[in-house]
Design a protein around this ligand. Structure first.
Ligand SMILES: CC[C@H](C(=O)O)C(=O)SCCNC(=O)CCNC(=O)[C@H](O)C(C)(C)COP(=O)(O)OP(=O)(O)OC[C@H]1O[C@@H](n2cnc3c(N)ncnc32)[C@H](O)[C@@H]1OP(=O)(O)O
Ligand SMILES: [Co+2]
Length: 134
């Protein structure tokens, strides 16, 4: 079912500082900040040869990552995103196996303009999993 690792997301307390660290200290290719109001985040993508890092910063009053940053004020790895060919088929298989799909269960359009879903971290060894259909 899951394919390539699409991105590893890191929630950060200071988006500009984190982006500068990847650009200037780590010498990586850093994209421009992208507001994603439907998801309550601003994202910056770092392009690596084999995957991407997604820096996440809260956007708006009800960001889903604010609670994470309250608990982890220095930031931290927030989720891992795997690619799938067919997100509805993947969802239905996961539900049939007892996994919890977060939200309404309907895929939403993510930062890459593709359908995404999230799976409860408690079902995957404490790791919040995102699926992106590519
Ligand atoms: C623009 C889209 C972009 C893209 O790639 O395209 C994105 O990736 S957007 C990313 C932001 N969106 C989301 O994260 C949506 C899915 N997340 C959620 O629905 C919530 O954050 C949820 C349910 C994971 C946690 O909700 P909340 O923080 O309100 O609940 P709790 O604090 O009560 O947490 C419950 C339980 O889960 C643990 N937890 C929370 N977040 C994480 C995490 N990122 N990784 C691992 N574990 C997490 C938390 O510690 C609680 O555990 P407990 O043992 O009960 O304390
Ligand atoms: Co993501």
């Amino acid at each position: 079912m899951i394919g390539r690792l699409n991105h590893v997301a890191i929630a950060v307390p200071d988006l500009q500082a984190a982006a500068a660290q990847y650009r200037d200290t780590l010498g990586a290719g850093v994209g421009a900040p992208q507001d994603e109001p439907d998801h309550g985040v601003t994202v910056v993508f770092i392009t690596l040869p084999n995957t991407k890092i997604e820096l996440l910063y809260p956007l708006g009053d009800v960001s889903p990552i604010q609670g994470f940053l309250d608990k982890n004020p220095a930031g931290g790895i927030h989720h891992i995103c795997y690619e799938v060919d067919d997100i509805l088929a993947a969802r239905d298989q996961l539900l049939a196996k007892g996994a919890r799909v977060l939200g309404s269960g309907a895929p939403r359009i993510g930062a890459h303009g593709k359908p995404v879903l999230f799976l409860h971290p408690k079902d995957f060894n404490g790791c919040l999993v995102e699926l992106e259909q590519v």
